[in-house]
Design a protein around this ligand. Structure first.
Ligand SMILES: [Zn+2]
Ligand SMILES: [Zn+2]
Length: 185
């Protein structure tokens, strides 16, 4: 079985979709009234009308790969610092799947990651003043030096940064959590 099919199958089992659900039906569930959602609420995902089953599954697979990469990149002698950890917030296991198939009258619930306007303004000012892309300080601390490279860069987008802090580290975004390092590769 190809990887894509494998993930699709896991996703269908995770949300208890019938095995004979067609591609069109899968897409409709994602698009129509947002019945099938990823609970992480990633602001980088397109709005529901532009989503497809494929985009949603690729998103989950990319998040899983990101977490695996993080585990491989932990500093060897890292024993953990209080409050410094990366949470695994995506899963295709049915016990803790990040995907949810909502009941027809159920409102989607996403991870909340709102930041106060004053903090948002501070962070926006910090990232606007730099040419390099911002990096999450916690992720950087948790990545061994020779694995620190461009994959640590985050977009210059306060919403995305706030979402990252909340869903990956369960902390609120502050300007002190944003650092800048330059990588050639
Ligand atoms: Zn997600
Ligand atoms: Zn981080």
């Amino acid at each position: 079985m190809r990887d894509g099919e494998k993930h699709t199958k896991s996703a269908m089992i995770a949300v208890a979709l019938a095995e004979d659900t067609s591609h069109t039906e899968q897409d409709q569930l994602v698009r129509n009234g947002t019945r099938l959602i990823c609970t992480c609420g990633d602001p980088r995902l397109p709005p529901a009308q532009d989503l497809s089953w494929g985009i949603l599954i690729s998103h989950v697979v990319a998040e899983l790969a990101w977490y695996t990469q993080h585990r491989y990149s932990l500093p060897i002698y890292y024993h953990g610092c209080p409050g410094e950890e990366v949470l695994s917030n995506h899963s295709l296991r049915s016990t803790d799947a990040c995907l949810r198939l909502l009941d027809p009258d159920e409102e989607p619930k996403y991870s909340g990651y709102k930041v106060e306007q004053s903090v948002a303004d501070e962070v926006a000012a910090v990232i606007a003043g730099r040419e390099d892309a911002p990096i999450c300080k916690i992720c950087s601390n948790l990545t061994k030096e020779n694995s620190r490279w461009k994959s640590l860069y985050l977009p210059k987008d306060v919403k995305v940064l706030a979402h990252h802090m909340k869903t990956k580290h369960d902390v609120q975004l502050t300007k002190n959590l944003i650092v800048f390092e330059y990588f050639r590769y």
